[in-house]
Ligand binder design. Structure first.
Ligand code: FAD
Length: 108
C-alpha cells in the first residue's frame, strides 16, 4: 500500500500549485479538464479511504472551476476538512495566504 502521508503531501503540493496557476478566466477547455482531473480523484486516488471521503464531501461541495481564486479556495477547504479529521491545524483560505504558500512565497 502507498505511504499515505508522503502521497498526501505530494498530492496537495500538486493540487494547490496547479490551482494557484490556474487562469483567472479559464477557457471552457481548461474548465472541463480541471473538472475531469478533480472528478478522477475519488475514483483513482490510491489511498482508498481518502478517496471515498473526498467523493462524499464533493457531493456537498461541488468543485469550483470558475477561476483560480475560487478553485484555490475550494482545494483549501477540502484540505481543511482532512486537517480537521486528522486533528491538524486549519489553514487560512484567503487568496493572499494561499498565494504566499503556493505561488509567490513570502513577500518578506
Ligand atoms: P499536509 O496536510 O500534506 O499539507 C502539506 C502542506 O500544505 C502544509 O505543510 C501546509 O503548508 C499546506 N496546507 C495545509 N493545509 C492547507 C490547506 N487547507 N490549504 C492549502 N495548503 C494547506 N490522510 C489520512 O490519514 N486520512 C485521509 O482521509 C486523508 N485524505 C486525504 C485526501 C486527499 C484528497 C489528499 C490529497 C490527502 C489525504 N490525506 C489523508 C493525507 C493528509 O491530508 C496529509 O497529506 C498527510 O497526513 C501529511 O500531512 P502533513 O502534516 O505533512 O501536511
Amino acid at each position: 500500500p502507498p505511504d499515505v502521508e508522503q502521497l498526501g503531501r505530494a498530492t496537495w503540493t500538486f493540487l494547490h500549485t496547479t490551482a494557484a496557476y490556474y487562469p483567472e478566466k479559464p477557457t471552457p477547455t481548461q474548465r472541463v479538464n480541471m473538472l475531469t482531473l478533480i472528478r478522477a480523484l475519488p475514483v483513482l486516488y490510491p489511498c482508498t479511504h481518502c478517496a471515498s471521503h473526498l467523493g462524499e464531501t464533493m457531493k456537498e461541495h461541488p468543485p469550483d472551476v470558475s477561476g483560480r481564486v475560487g478553485l484555490s479556495r475550494w482545494f483549501c477547504e477540502r484540505h481543511n476538512e482532512v486537517n480537521e479529521r486528522l486533528g491538524k491545524e486549519k489553514f487560512d483560505c484567503s487568496i493572499q495566504k494561499l498565494d504566499e504558500r503556493w505561488k509567490d512565497g513570502p513577500s518578506d
